[in-house]
Design a protein. Structure first.
Length: 495
């Protein structure tokens, strides 16, 4: 008897994860990632970051073998396939659909000068009104770097694609992409509703390099006989969903409508909110892309706020200040200190330049510390409050763009395990917080279920999400939280 399974892949820079989800119960029946140690990233020069596209395929194959064995499944059991992937990478393939060079991945910064020059010469109004962003260090600028610095490679390019497009190519043998993906790479013109010809012309890029556009949800291709034989899947299995990791995280938390927000608080912090009208931040402190359900006649934009110095501060405190105290005990120590930490404020920006601060690198700093009054517990709480305040600072930018944030959805991981952090963020932002148990590969699998028509919509697909915690703003102590936040913002403004 068929098990009726949905397969999801999540192509990260550290590993590829695969999940099998029951189409009937919505529960994950098996998941695995490969490699078990962090995947290598090649840095030939400072600021560079590359990976071999074929390695993603090999990792996906290894992870798939594990979960198929764990679930006792066969290729006949898999109804559809969904793909999530690391955003903003560049894969160049030749006419035989083979990679011409290693992929230039999201954290590679070599294209920054190209994007900055384009932004200045084309003009901020042109770029922001059409792309909703600066060309920045995104995929189009990376391709411009290849054109100038590797002309022989550039001359052999047949198609360019994002990491998820490449995995779909290996599965199906067909080169394709999505509007959401094109917008991540700065290849999409929102004003003209087509490929951004003005930026392609500026960089001198050939528009024939752009893959055929397929829907984000729907049949994008089918598993080829060659891939089926290699993976143990069934030839003809449809690939029915594809999304970048942050939009896919939003999908995994059922964040699809205007005003809904998904957040993560790992090494860096991300707030990804859905906007129902075309808008942008004139200072380009947040990025705006086409969300997974964006379509002509239905504006759904994903506004992405990224703060580099968030969970890494909490981790630094753990490893360097209280190395013998685990995270739950750190949280308990923090609760012994009153809201506002008796005047101590911490700026969490010690992990490089911050886009939310207009690319300034202000560093992490502690303010108001009194050696006769304050303790380690004050530092722990002030750090968690500072991280929450940095989220709220970015959320205010999103609100200025017209986003009415009612609820923040988050996975049960990293900073969102802390009740103190959740309470602070909820009270300052005024939004309720729902914390769920989910991950990207599970979300990709359910996205595949939506794309193949097993689920009517995201509400049905994610009805089985396990709610771990629901947090409402602490109205009884709101004034204390706000006083601490105002003090924090005043310090930041002077920096």
């Amino acid at each position: 008897m068929s098990k009726r399974l949905l397969l999801g892949f999540d192509v990260g820079s550290s590993s590829v994860k695969a999940s099998l989800v029951s189409a009937d119960s919505g529960q994950c029946v098996a998941s695995a990632f490969f490699p078990e140690k962090e995947a290598p990233i090649k840095a030939v020069k400072a600021g560079w970051a590359e990976q071999e596209p074929d390695s993603w395929w090999q990792y996906a194959k290894q992870a798939l073998q594990k979960i198929m064995a764990e679930a006792g499944a066969t290729g006949d059991d898999v109804l559809a396939i969904g793909i999530s992937y690391q955003m903003h990478g560049l894969v160049c393939v030749d006419k035989d659909l083979k990679p011409l060079r290693p992929a230039i991945i999201w954290c590679d910064s070599r294209a920054v000068p190209y994007g900055e020059k384009a932004f200045n010469e084309l003009g901020s109004e042109m770029c922001l009104s059409h792309l909703l962003n600066s060309p920045g260090n995104f995929t189009a600028s990376k391709l411009a770097w290849v054109k100038e610095n590797e002309p022989d490679t550039y001359s052999k390019i047949y198609k360019v694609m994002l990491p998820g497009d490449y995995l779909a190519l290996r599965l199906s043998g067909v080169a394709s992409t999505t509007v959401s993906g094109l917008s991540e790479g700065m290849f999409w013109d929102f004003k003209e509703n087509r490929v951004a010809q003005f930026l392609m012309d500026y960089y001198g890029l050939d528009t024939s390099f752009i893959c055929d556009i397929v829907p984000t949800f729907g049949v994008q291709g089918e598993v080829s006989a060659e891939a089926a034989a290699e993976l143990g899947l069934k030839a003809g299995t449809p690939i029915t969903y594809r999304g970048g990791d942050q939009p896919n995280n939003a999908l995994s938390l059922n964040v699809m409508n205007p005003g809904e927000v998904a957040a993560t608080g790992g090494t860096s912090g991300v707030v990804y909110g859905v906007l129902g009208e075309t808008n942008y931040d004139p200072k380009s402190r947040v990025n705006t892309f086409a969300h997974l359900n964006h379509a002509e006649g239905q504006t759904r934009l994903g506004v992405l706020l990224c703060i580099n110095g968030t969970g890494i501060l909490n981790s630094w405190m753990h490893h360097n200040v209280v190395p013998n105290v685990d995270y739950p005990d750190m949280d308990r120590m923090a609760t012994q200190v009153p809201i506002g930490c008796d005047g101590v404020s911490v700026m969490p920006f010690g992990n490089g330049a911050e886009r939310v601060l207009q690319n300034k690198e202000v560093g992490c700093s502690i303010h108001g510390l009194n050696f006769n009054r304050h303790t380690v517990s004050h530092l722990i709480r002030a750090s968690q409050e500072g991280i929450a305040f940095s989220f709220c600072y970015g959320i205010e930018i999103m609100q200025q763009m017209g986003m009415n944030i009612q609820t923040i959805h988050a996975g049960r991981a990293n900073m969102f395990k802390s009740a103190l952090f959740r309470d602070t963020l909820s009270t300052i932002s005024g939004a309720a917080i729902d914390v769920y148990k989910t991950d990207g590969a599970d979300g990709a699998a359910k996205g595949a279920g939506m794309g193949v028509g097993i689920y009517r919509d995201s509400n049905e697909a994610f009805a089985s999400l396990d709610l771990f915690a629901h947090v409402e703003p602490d109205t009884a102590h709101r004034d204390e939280y706000l006083a601490a936040y105002i003090r924090w913002k005043e310090i930041l403004s002077k920096m």
